[in-house]
Design a protein. Structure first.
Length: 210
């Protein structure tokens, strides 16, 4: 409890300066956070897995991101089933052409999942050379992280654009391998297909900015 209180105080005390961009892969945190006024709302369901449902909400503040995930009949995805998982992440270093984005945060801050409250450091960096090379992948981003307590020691993933206008996201987090494909239907709307711990989900992501 004392460690959680100290981290929470440090996060709040450090809210200042310029926000970074991006946030999570699917469930796994990245080294960047949403910017001020940015919101990402997402929902998915699995008709083949007892109609399991997952809902995400991420909100950007100055250098800070608040997140919430709701699992319903989720088959213990990332250690959660019929639970709410709240989190907070601080952008320690914004990503630049030279430096990676670095963030620290708390996962499951209310201690509801099987693994319990966890702490992590995440690092993210785009690979600019992929924009000039004739590859089937473009705008590639790499993410790696290190966790303590309720977050497994190592996690990470990759994101990138692939042919047919699709955005691919793949991650390893809390002993689960997850994959998502997104197709932008409107500027702030993506239709998504997920493979979460072996099950297929269908959903939509909305990303308005204020």
């Amino acid at each position: 409890m004392r460690l959680a209180a100290c981290i929470s105080v440090a996060l709040i005390a450090a809210i200042c300066a310029v926000p970074a961009t991006a946030d999570r892969i699917i469930f796994a945190p990245t080294g960047n956070v949403l910017g001020l006024g940015e919101i990402k709302a997402e929902g998915a369901f699995s008709p083949s897995n007892d109609d399991a449902k997952v809902y995400w909400l991420n909100v950007g503040l100055p250098r800070l991101e608040l997140s919430g995930i709701r699992f319903e009949n989720g088959g213990s995805l990332v250690g959660a089933d019929n639970e709410n998982v709240a989190g907070v992440e601080l952008a320690v270093l914004p990503e630049t052409p030279i430096t990676p984005g670095i963030g620290v945060g708390v996962w499951d801050i209310t201690d509801e999942t099987i693994e319990g409250r966890g702490y992590y450091l995440a690092v993210s960096k785009g690979i600019p050379l992929t924009r000039q090379l004739p590859l089937p992948l473009s705008d590639i981003r790499l993410h790696v992280g290190f966790g303590l307590s309720g977050v497994d020691t190592l996690f990470g993933g990759v994101e990138g654009n692939i042919p047919l206008g699709l955005r691919l996201s793949a991650e390893y987090f809390q002993d689960d391998f997850n994959l998502a494909l997104g197709l932008r239907a409107l500027p702030a709307v993506q239709l998504k297909l997920y493979f979460l711990d072996g099950d297929t989900y269908y959903g939509v992501q909305i990303s308005p900015s204020f």
